[in-house]
Design a protein around this ligand. Structure first.
Ligand code: IMP
Length: 428
């Protein structure tokens, strides 16, 4: 049985929960392999609604082992806050496994995230302010603190002191903030040690063994392809590998163990934070998508920028991730629109681009070239088979499929968990 990767194919918030739901009871492990508490998903189980930012969604499914991989950055306060909130509601959180090599987000990372954004002014990224970028910067600079460092007090002190050497200069002399002491960080981090200890594991080894034993492991990417540090719209990206390749490096499982890559594509496009977005709508159509699609951030509450579907992006995401399947989400949001524009190429200063321009400056100037497809007005939320969809909705799906270069295996047609048209099985 397979290793399955789930990735966002646009700028995030595509609704990965639909794919996780489809895999449902056939999943044994769900792994978060990148990012931190910058993500946000709302999971509805029965009458209960859960908002998770850091924990993998698998924590809510009985029998599934949730794993936080080495590629993640962990804010311990958020981790235990989420765990306690779930426990209080009767969720069994005892199966959670955490990589000894995952990095820790500290108080100074959160402070630096906020002050650097403020200093960037007009050039700010619009980060979630959770300390994600500064924690990954420390990891790459080799002054980060890993989960395993918490279990050796002398090493922990040395590492905090090493990190604070330059941080305190930056905080006090550049950003005019107060210095941080080694003791306050040490006391904060060590206050979690005993609760953390039973969860910490060699997760790469455990996951590889699980795959050897024929278990199904789902690797769920945080953020999305266009926010990937290497392949996204740099610098308006997150600081981790949010594409399928990250599933291997961020979890310690070999790339050859990954059998399926499922890309999640929203029927239209959204983005939070700054950066180029060719199909963005500034008129009443953008407002309509935002309202009909409830497009407000789960983590920050920010209204999301909205625009039409962009098949140039999806084609790019298909290639970069090697998508084997697409789950198309929120098709019902487009119901009632008479004619639906879909971006098929870009015009950059008079030149046509069928693929993403290699130059970021060109991408900033890209104007969408649209083809318009006839819409439908019938309620599609009850559709469960492709043939239940109105002919124009079917044609819209087929058009996106042809242009994106990957088969569409499922279609989300409503907010309910069951509101899915399944076309192909996601595990076979
Ligand atoms: P950071 O990840 O907080 O550093 O933010 C970097 C960029 O990624 C910003 O534009 C954020 O809005 C965006 N971002 C981070 N996490 C998510 C997410 O889960 N969904 C959508 N956008 C995100």
């Amino acid at each position: 049985m397979p290793g399955i990767v789930i990735v966002g194919a646009q700028w995030g918030d595509e609704g990965k929960g639909k794919a996780t739901d489809l895999l449902g009871s056939r999943t044994d492990f769900v792994v978060k392999f990148n990012g931190g508490n910058n993500a946000g998903h709302t999971v509805v189980v029965g009458d209960e609604k859960y908002a998770l930012h850091l924990l993998p969604s698998g924590i809510l499914t009985p029998g599934v082992t949730p794993v936080i991989g080495n590629g993640v950055v962990i804010d311990l306060e958020v981790l235990f806050h989420e765990l306690e909130a779930l426990s209080a509601r009767g969720v069994d959180v005892s199966r959670l496994r955490i990589s000894a090599n995952a990095h820790i987000i500290t108080d100074y990372h959160r402070t630096l995230d906020k002050v650097t954004e403020r200093f960037l002014g007009k050039r700010s990224i619009g980060t979630t302010g959770r300390g994600i970028g500064p924690a990954y910067a420390d990891k790459i600079n080799r002054v980060g603190i890993r989960v395993q460092d918490l279990f050796d007090e002398s090493i922990l002190r040395q590492k905090i002191e090493g990190a604070l050497d330059s941080k305190n200069h930056l905080l006090t002399k550049v950003y005019n903030r107060r210095a941080v002491t080694c003791d306050e960080i040490f006391d904060d981090l060590t206050s979690y040690v005993e609760r953390l200890r039973p969860m910490v594991a060699d997760t790469g080894l455990e996951l590889s063994r699980a795959l050897d034993d024929g278990r199904t492991v789902v690797f769920e990417a945080g953020q999305a392809t266009m926010l990937d540090i290497d392949h996204g719209t740099y610098p308006f990206v997150t600081s981790s590998t949010a594409t399928a390749a990250g599933a291997a490096s961020g979890s310690g499982v070999a790339p050859s163990r990954l059998d399926r890559v499922i890309g999640i594509v929203k029927a239209y496009t959204t983005r939070v934070g700054a950066g180029p977005f060719p199909t963005e709508l500034f008129d009443e159509w953008g407002e309509l998508l935002r309202k009909q699609g409830f497009e407000f951030g789960t983590t920050t509450g920010r209204p999301r920028r909205c625009g039409w579907n962009d098949t140039v992006l999806t084609r790019y995401a298909s290639r970069i991730n090697g998508l084997t399947d697409i789950v198309l989400t929120k098709l019902d949001v487009l119901t009632g629109i008479e004619s639906i524009p879909v971006c098929v190429a870009y015009d950059v200063d008079g030149e046509r681009f069928d693929e993403l321009p290699v130059s970021q400056s060109d991408f900033h100037h890209a104007k969408p070239i649209y083809e318009s497809l006839p819409g439908w007005s019938e309620d599609i939320t009850g559709a469960r088979e492709l043939s239940d969809l109105p002919a124009n909705a079917q044609a819209y799906v087929r058009f996106l499929e042809e242009r994106s270069g990957s088969r569409i295996s499922a279609i989300g047609v409503g907010a309910d968990r069951e509101a899915i048209v399944q076309v192909h099985d996601l595990i076979d």
